[in-house]
Design a protein around this ligand. Structure first.
Ligand SMILES: C[S@@+](CC[C@H](N)C(=O)[O-])C[C@H]1O[C@@H](n2cnc3c(N)ncnc32)[C@H](O)[C@@H]1O
Length: 493
């Protein structure tokens, strides 16, 4: 696909932002902001040293002010708006997420329940950080109201400070401290590892302290830290969305030091046992309990490889719609995952309902076509898709078997049709090598019979409804339905 087409697709998904079109002009910013000037190297072309934490922090400050009218000067004499070493957000990357949320909210995919009664969009930012970047951006760009939560005292203190420094939007933002459950086992967020705050990425040559042994235990992928949504969101609250830039990494070693940039980030901000996979899994679990209190649940991901697991987890818990996107900023790639329990209003894209509600009946084929004609069309449809099938003219059935690869490729095709705006139910991961081979195939039967005089009914039934591949059945059946309607129906029935 050409670059133009790709960009258009991204824009349709809400996956690009103003920063892809108009990157920061360092020379202009240096001339407007004397505090930024010393960090700019003008030759061969204006840029900053990305490995210098003070330079990236200053860039964030000036961009927030210049582009978003967000005031970053503390009211005290301090000129910092986040303390040394705390994660310093890059504005373009954070804007991409806000831009995508705006796209989701306005896309009309799910019912448009106004949460607060005052007509304002209300969001919940999980782990708002010292910068409070998402509430500040969301409030300033779109007038959204926010609750921003965090677990550490330092994040709460500075987030409040940053909100108060922006009186024009401060009324829109509430900062909420997550009360850590004293009995919760595992990580003690708010305390530092080994009693020292370990700073990541601050400098390229920063040493990362060694960790206690049990911190390396990657076996336990279950999140067992402080509450995330359940226990933090109040019973009477409703939100249009939640968002999260989670601690991506499982360990300090994994977080490592990115030699190319310096965005700061402490252990508390960057690391959680089980990494983002465990953290987002907990958000998914919380979302089941809070399904009526949020329109959209969303999170950012740092690793594409976690998407597959999380999407299948989502379908397992019975969500109604899943969306993903990719955020690309320079050489940094991030992914967005969104889900909702509200039934989509329109079928703008594919949704695979749960097994019990799989469409499996095609009614109303006019009887001027014989059942045999229809049966043969069924067989030739599946044969042309490369699936193995057997026609039985005495039982009026076609038995079809699709391999896991067939199912994956059917889903992939669907995905490309819907411009990679993903609404799909992938096959469950089959990591267990001893898996019975029948589980690796999706077997189903198509039956054609006369339901009432004059009309034929085409019915599909799965051989094993619990097959991990059964999610693909609704796509397969819908494709068959389309093919049969095109061939036999003069008008939609
Ligand atoms: C990667 S930082 C993101 C900060 C900011 N939102 C940003 O995008 O720059 C993750 C944040 O989540 C916070 N955090 C970790 N566990 C949390 C929990 N259970 N509830 C709320 N915040 C949490 C950390 O303290 C940290 O500030």
């Amino acid at each position: 696909m050409g670059g133009k087409k790709k960009r258009k697709r991204k824009e349709e998904e809400g996956g690009s932002s103003v920063y892809s079109e108009t990157p920061p002009d360092f020379a202009l910013l240096a001339s407007l902001y004397p505090s930024f000037h010393p960090f700019v190297q003008f030759s061969p072309r204006p840029t900053i040293r990305w490995t210098d934490f003070n330079a990236t922090r200053e860039l964030t400050r000036v961009l927030l002010h210049h582009r978003h009218a967000i005031n970053w000067f503390a009211s005290s004499s301090s000129s910092s708006w986040i303390p040394d070493g705390q994660l310093c957000p890059t504005v373009p990357n954070r804007c991409n997420y806000v831009h995508w949320l705006q796209h989701l909210l306005s896309s009309n995919i799910i019912p448009d329940a106004v949460s607060t009664g005052d007509g304002k969009v209300r969001g919940f930012d999980i782990g708002t950080g010292a910068s409070c970047i998402y509430p500040l951006l969301g409030a300033s760009l779109h007038g959204w109201t926010f609750v921003g939560s965090d677990v550490t005292d330092i994040a709460i203190e500075w987030a409040e400070r940053n909100v108060n420094n922006n009186p024009h939007i401060s009324q829109l933002i509430e900062i909420r401290k997550v009360q850590c459950n004293a009995n919760a086992p595992g990580v003690e967020v708010g305390e530092s590892v080994n009693g020292v705050e370990i700073t990541l990425c601050k400098r390229t040559d920063t040493e990362v302290a060694s960790l206690p042994l049990d911190f390396h235990d990657s076996e336990n992928k279950i999140y067992h830290g402080p509450p995330i949504l359940v226990g933090v969101v109040r019973d009477d609250e409703k939100f249009d969305f939640c968002m999260c830039n989670p601690p991506f990494f499982e360990s300090l070693e994994e977080a490592g030091l990115n030699p190319k940039t310096s965005c700061g980030g402490t252990s508390n901000e960057m690391v959680c046992p089980g990494g983002e996979k465990a953290f987002i899994t907990r958000i998914i679990e919380d979302s089941i309990q809070l399904k009526h209190q949020f329109r959209w649940f969303t999170s950012m991901l740092g690793k594409k490889s976690n998407l597959k697991y999380l999407i299948s987890k989502l379908w397992e818990v019975g969500v109604a719609v899943v969306k993903t996107t990719e955020f690309v900023q320079g050489r940094t790639h991030r992914w967005g995952l969104a889900w909702s329990f509200l039934t989509p209003k329109q079928k703008s894209s594919i949704s695979l309902p749960d097994k019990k509600t799989c469409p499996s009946h095609l009614r109303g084929l006019q009887c001027q076509h014989s059942a045999i004609n229809v049966l043969e069309a069924v067989k030739s449809h599946f044969s042309s898709c490369g699936l193995s099938c057997a026609l039985n003219t005495s039982s009026f059935t076609v038995d079809v078997a699709a391999s896991k690869d067939d199912c994956d490729s059917i889903l992939r095709n669907e995905l490309s049709i819907i411009n990679k705006s993903v609404d799909w139910k992938p096959t469950r991961e089959t990591s267990n090598a001893s898996l019975n081979s029948s589980l690796e195939r999706l077997c189903f039967r198509i039956l054609v019979f006369q339901q009432i005089p004059g009309t034929l009914l085409v019915k599909g039934s799965l051989q094993d409804r619990n097959s991990p591949l059964s999610g693909t059945f609704s796509v397969i059946f819908r494709k068959l339905e389309e093919a049969l309607r095109n061939k036999f129906c003069t008008k939609s029935v």
